[in-house]
Design a binder for this molecule. Sequence first.
Ligand SMILES: [Mg+2]
Length: 330
Amino acid sequence: MTTPIPLLINPKAGSLFRSGLKAWLDTHRADFRLISTRSAEDLTEKARELAESGEPIVAAAGGDGTLMCAAQGIIDTRAALGILPCGTMNVFSRELGIGSRRFDTALAAMRGDVRQEVDIFTVNGTPFLQLAGFGPDASIIRRITPRMKKHLGAASHVVTGMQVAVEHHPIITVTLPDGEQVCGTQVILGNGKRYGGEGHLFANARYNDGLLDAAIIQLESTGILFEVISYMLMKGATDRNTTDFTQLRQFPSCTITAEATLDYQLDGDYAGTILPGESAVIERMPHPLRICVPATPEPVTHFGRLLAHPVLETMRKQIERMKEAVHQLD
Ligand SMILES: [Mg+2]
């Protein structure tokens, strides 16, 4: 008889049904103690209560955003995070070898004894798991309204992208711990290698080296900017293959300022705007996050890489939405 693992879950989340996790959980009732959550804050609070009561593993079902909420609750404790990756992209879970929607692998990781320590960085105190973006990428996300997302889906990025393309992009200054200053118009900070799906942006990034990987891109034109990002995504950026427009750096902390208002995003969600004279302070949290990972990582196949392509992911999302609508009619 194995002890059930506490699992934080939003029983109303569409991803539960879309990903097949609901059906999988029905066949694994003895493995988990389901704990319903009402909101992101509630999830963080319940994760903290479980960890402080001495639970060795606190599991959460969801995408990267949900995992970050659970992580915030347990980061200063001895508990390890168990991941049931039922989001759309599951970037973090892929990077840790759990794969996307591989629930059997995820459970084996929780029952096993391999724990991976992962650095967590914060922007003005707010933590992120995978990525932070300062500049046009964040402005594009900020302009997407829930209405646009509903009617246009992934195409909303194209519409707001065109609006942002004609704007002036302020010069961003990144000040490193040794005082060196690097300027650009788009700054991307990565904790791991991936940007989305299986696209590797930072070829040399590691989760547990205490350092963030940064790309500081110096371009006026948004069109070329996104071409540069796509090139980096295809090749995995290293010092050898980036253009003169892109500077790659690794550092444990930095400060970001800009000459005009500057939007930023954390893990793909708009997170705030820095005004002239203000700064964003990026720091590492004192303790790493411990995560249950499989002894053997899920292999990434060519087919898996293809399936994780953003266009296919968007199509799959649309089909799953339809399936979910049918499910709700039942
Ligand atoms: Mg690192």
